[in-house]
Design a protein around this ligand. Sequence first.
Ligand SMILES: O=P(O)(O)O[C@@H]1[C@@H](OP(=O)(O)O)[C@H](OP(=O)(O)O)[C@H](O)[C@H](OP(=O)(O)O)[C@H]1OP(=O)(O)O
Ligand SMILES: Nc1ncnc2c1ncn2[C@@H]1O[C@H](COP(=O)(O)OP(=O)(O)OP(=O)(O)O)[C@@H](O)[C@H]1O
Ligand SMILES: [Zn+2]
Length: 449
Amino acid sequence: MPTRKGTKTLESVMEPSEFITLNESDASDWSYRGEGAANVVLEYIGSSHVFVGKVLRVAKDKVIPSMSDHERRLWSDVKEIATADSRDVASRMFAVHVMRPLLGDDHVDAGRWVGVRREFLLSVESNIEHQRPPWRIDAAKIDFLRQNALLILDHSVFPEAVSERSPCISVEIKTKCGHLPSSEFITKDHEAKTRVSRFRMHQVLKLYQRKIMQMSKYDPLDIFSGSKNTIRDAIGALFATPQNNFRIFLNGSIIFGCLGGFEETSSTVGTYEKFTDCIKDIIQASHDQRLARFQELIAEAIYDSGILNYLLDVQKLDKIDIEGAIHAYYNVISEPCLVCKNLNDPEARFKYSWLHSLTLEESIQIVKEYMISTTAKDCSLIISFKPKRNEEKTLKYHSIFLESTNQAFDYKVSFVDLDMKPLKNMVCYYELDRKIADLYSKIGNDNKS
Ligand SMILES: O=P(O)(O)O[C@@H]1[C@@H](OP(=O)(O)O)[C@H](OP(=O)(O)O)[C@H](O)[C@H](OP(=O)(O)O)[C@H]1OP(=O)(O)O
Ligand SMILES: Nc1ncnc2c1ncn2[C@@H]1O[C@H](COP(=O)(O)OP(=O)(O)OP(=O)(O)O)[C@@H](O)[C@H]1O
Ligand SMILES: [Zn+2]
């Protein structure tokens, strides 16, 4: 059983609730839900009411820089971040105090810390190893030295669905960046950035590096278009090439897409068949119409909720593109600008000198907004649906009516992965951007096939 203790811990400093620690014997209650580059996420399968309907987000042993003085200065107007003991605490405070107000309280769960013993983590790691994608195992394992993990609402289920025995289907979308930059600081050689989405340009590099086997058919500009039909096209493209942008869960178990990353198969036909069977209790339509009706439901919910408008506004805080923001970054860290140092073009030098004449406060604002937008470009959206029972009225969730099947659904929308990115990533962002844009200008194509 999890133990409770009254000692002064990370949790008791931050929240006046009892602190729970998970021991080795608790490990069998947690199974693999998924993972990204930085965390493994576990689903609770035991019976303790404290954990039912929750997931546990456990950090991997990636080298994460500790909070620098520049970073504390950057976030000095958010004291919970500026004074945080560690990057983990700062990152959670960022989600709570920066991202949640921007994306809506209803859509972001702050979670709470629980203690995790080394034996718990070791046991979990060995239990889930067979479910993790091999390339993720090679990249990183669970960080056994961590003493805390984040307990968050499981957004792929409705809390009451378990007792009501009603089915719940949830769709996870990592939308990526949904607008084109128009900054005057983008160099002429990189003009493609102003007409092709970053996602599609990045696909060309990923294909070149053999990180993917085929270009995704998805384009973020479509899902953010505000047009119901175009949103539907985007959903169709995500079904065709889900990569790490799209997953579907039925009652918390994955039924489409891949956990923890992506595998590619030459044919998705078998997958569609299986998937269509899985949703027969959710979508009342003939076998050959069911998938199309479900895609319609997702598009309808995205359109109806307006949720991507909020997300887009936050992504657009990247006002001058990394090609402008990188200069403000060097102002913030008070170091000579390595970009300007290597510039031969006097006109470009002149253009960027304006950025170097900004005050520290102005530079901080640019970089801060850039960092916020980066989180908004990388987070995922989970939309969960449950069919309404006859005449059922709930104020807790949004409602939607799918005319083509004559069905009403409750749905809710949540964001996951709202972590703060380390300030020094700015240099990597600049370099990756240049790599993507340079390759695209050499060999790029924007065919959607
Ligand atoms: O730089 P990007 O656009 O490739 O995004 C990275 C993601 O790659 P992808 O979406 O596959 O292209 C990448 O995702 P994957 O590991 O490829 O699934 C991470 O989300 C990474 O974030 P972090 O460094 O773990 O905080 C993401 O890095 P950030 O740029 O958000 O820091
Ligand atoms: N609260 C949640 N409810 C349900 N599923 C979740 C939740 N949080 C995370 N997940 C699942 O776990 C996966 C990995 O989580 P997350 O994106 O937080 O990992 P990460 O390592 O921080 O990602 P990144 O690669 O962006 O750094 C998600 O893609 C999602 O499928
Ligand atoms: Zn510069």
